[in-house]
Each structure stands twice: as C-alpha cells, then as structure tokens.
Design a binder for this molecule. Structure first.
Ligand SMILES: [Zn+2]
Ligand SMILES: [Zn+2]
Length: 292
C-alpha cells in the first residue's frame, strides 16, 4: 500500500520531504500556505524544482495538497464566494507549481441557504477554477463529518457536485475515515464497511476514489463531530482498520494519516500500526497458501 502522513511545511518544502523520507512515506500531503489565512509563502523556481526532484527520487507519490480552511466554495454571500473562488484558483495554481497530483478540497457550508443551492455553488466554483487553467492536478472533494451546515457528508452529495462540474475528468474524491464514521457510515463493522463501499460505488463510482485519509475518531459513531485520533485507539478501532487497509476495493488507494502529532514519533507510531495491519494480513494469506 502507498502510505504517508500530512507533513508540516513550517521548516520549508525541503524539510517536509526530508521528514517524509525519515518516516519511510510513499505518499505525502502538505498545506501550501497557512490553512487559516495570511500571506502564502513565495517559492523560487529552483526550490520548486528541487522539491519535485527530491520527492520523486524518494518514491513519494502521489503528492496531495490540502486546501486552506478559510475557503468556502458553497457560501451564499456573494463577496465571500468570490473571494473564496479567487483564493481557490490561486491554490490550484500553487498545487500545479508544486507538481502535485491532488488538491484536497472541503466542499464548504451553505450557511442556511439550503443544500441544493450550496452544491450548485461548489460545482460552479470548481468549474470556474478548472476553466482556462491547464494542469495535471486533480481536485479531490473530501467527505465531511456533517457538522453544522457543512456539505459533503453523503456520497450522493459528492456525486452530485462532481457530476455538475464542466470538466469533471479532473475531479475525484478523497474519503476520510473519521468523517465517514462521524457522519453515520458504519465502517467500524465488516458489514457496514462493505455497505459503505457498495454505496460509494453506486453513487460516485470507485474509480473516482483517489485518496483515503486514514484517521481514527475520538468522537462516537454518527455524532457529526470531527475529531481525528490515533489509529486503533478511537471508536473505529484496530479491527476495523485491519479490514479497511486490506479491503479489496480500498487496498490499492493511497492513504494519508492526519492523526494528532506533537512530535515526529507520533507519526512514526501510527504509521507502524498501519503497516503491521497491512503486512500482517499478507503474511497470514501467504501462510494459508502454504498450508492448504
Ligand atoms: Zn480535510
Ligand atoms: Zn481529512
């Protein structure tokens, strides 16, 4: 499996790659700017080239950029929406300059205007962003926990937004396991996981699932509360993650951990937990083949 973490860029782009290398990541995610606003760092062309070369030499791909939280592509307020679209276009250009594969996007909040109107605004914003910007970056709509007036907590909504985008070939989906669980998809049970996968395939289509955010949840099932937690130590649990990372429909989808970290050791611990779950199943299968 391709596995990585969300890496901070506070120490610069090259330190981000170095950190991903130290953690043996085979994929990574970064913010291209502070997610809560403020000016974006400017990167000279030579630095961008070095970043790209070092990342590829280390076998770290795909590269995902997570968009800033201050963007609300569903906003009913004309001023906020226009500002969000301008910032989002800039972010898409930054992802392109970083030679990223994906730009992970929160679909936003309709702020009381209604879900249908909100979804139309998101699709319009994404269509405008893609229009005229040549790029190999695929936009990934991320599912949400469904708190407040946030959109994207049902597969049907992600499918509807994607279908409404003009150039939808450049739009896929990123599924966050903590958000799925909080939104009421029972991925903590074997049957619930199978149901969720089948439902995703019927609505969005599995071929559009490009990335998984592998996070346990500190918030209970169907709570609509978004609280990421260490893999296997939350309400989703270790058994469920074992089924997740070995599920035939999911095992080849790159996974990024967005689990809490106060030090690099936290990422290291969560990564080795996941590697053991994936590796353990493989050894068991090999053993079965030999015995039978
Ligand atoms: Zn996210
Ligand atoms: Zn996420």
């Amino acid at each position: 499996m391709r596995l990585g973490v969300h890496v901070p860029i506070a120490g610069g782009l090259l330190e981000a790659v170095a950190r991903a290398k130290r953690l043996d990541c085979t994929t990574m995610q970064i913010f291209s700017r502070s997610p809560r606003g403020g000016p974006a760092p400017k990167w000279p062309a030579e630095l961008l080239e070095r970043f790209d070369a070092e990342r590829r030499a280390a076998g770290i791909e795909p590269l995902a950029i997570h968009g800033p939280y201050i963007i609300n592509l569903a906003s009913p307020d004309a001023f906020t929406w226009k500002r969000s679209v301008a910032l989002y276009r800039d972010e898409y250009a930054r992802a392109t300059a970083l030679k990223a594969d994906y730009l992970v996007t929160h679909v936003g909040s309709h702020r009381g205007e209604g879900e249908e109107a909100g979804m139309r605004r998101v699709a319009d914003a994404v269509s405008r962003t893609l229009d005229g910007l040549e790029s190999g970056v695929t936009i990934l709509l991320e599912n949400t926990a469904g708190s407040g007036q946030g959109l994207g907590y049902r597969f049907e909504q992600l499918a509807e937004i994607r279908e409404a985008v003009t150039d939808r070939r450049r739009v896929g989906v990123c599924l966050d396991t903590a958000h799925l669980f909080a939104a009421g998809y029972a991925i903590h049970t074997g049957a619930g996981l199978d149901d969720a996968v089948a439902s995703f395939d019927r609505t969005v289509g599995l071929k559009h699932l490009k990335l998984i955010h592998l996070n346990d949840s500190k918030a209970p099932f169907d709570s609509r509360v978004d609280r990421h937690w260490h893999v296997g130590q939350g309400h989703i649990g270790l058994d469920a993650f074992k089924r997740l990372v070995n599920h035939p429909a999911l095992k080849d989808v790159p996974c990024i951990l967005e689990t809490p970290k106060s030090a690099e050791a936290d990422d290291h611990r969560n990564l080795s937990t996941v590697r053991k779950l994936a590796h353990g199943a493989k050894s068991a299968r090999r053993l079965n083949t030999v015995c039978v």
